[in-house]
Design a protein around this ligand. Sequence first.
Ligand SMILES: Cc1ncc(COP(=O)(O)OP(=O)(O)O)c(N)n1
Ligand SMILES: Cc1nc(C(=O)O)sc1CCOP(=O)(O)O
Ligand SMILES: [Mg+2]
Length: 211
Amino acid sequence: MDDPCRLYLITPPVLPPGFADQLAAALDAGDVACLQLRLKDAPRDEVKRAVEALMPIAQARDVAFLLNDDAILAAELGCDGAHLGQGDGDHAGARMLLSGRILGITCHDSRHLAMLAGEMAADYVAFGAFFPTSTKEAQYRAGTDLLEWWSEMFEIPCVAIGGITAANCAPLVRAGADFLAVVGAVWNHPEGPAAGVRAMNAAIVEAAGAA
Ligand SMILES: Cc1ncc(COP(=O)(O)OP(=O)(O)O)c(N)n1
Ligand SMILES: Cc1nc(C(=O)O)sc1CCOP(=O)(O)O
Ligand SMILES: [Mg+2]
């Protein structure tokens, strides 16, 4: 049997006051495979302080802690890995630097980029955006055919991202996504982040059961 699809949580673009407690409550609410710290354009010192504050909270719960955009800082600070986009530096160099750690690579809607990432020994490939998102201006749009093709052809896990919620995630789970990466579905959930994690977990389980 295939490994079940799991939740991949990304931090909000700006961390609100008291975020560490919110994070702990969210991670305690259910199954989260990994946490990505994504602070676009924050100074290196601020990112470093956020890693030092948040990484122990994730790791104490067996949640892998990944840093967005910066493989060098991820290695330097002992993160479990890094997520790199197509413009985030030298993927081959990052692979060497993160030997024994996790390297994830954005592949947008592209089979070609995904195969290159696979050749680079990425630990996962990420496709998106699957739905409209207000978290960032997404320039690409991916479809479930990509997840079906990738999961039939390759062993490397695939992550789906972009506008994913408990209400719309079922087709992605059924198409073979190994992880669903979300920001808004958890941090903007009307009943709070813990409810967001529970809702995503329940939707994934239900979709997998119906597959
Ligand atoms: C899991 C995951 N997938 C895709 C992205 C997007 O990365 P990138 O294209 O580098 O864009 P930014 O996130 O850096 O704005 C991601 N961060 N995580
Ligand atoms: C960070 C990111 N990358 C995307 C891509 O398509 O590569 S979409 C996205 C935002 C994800 O946030 P939300 O779950 O709130 O839509
Ligand atoms: Mg990036």
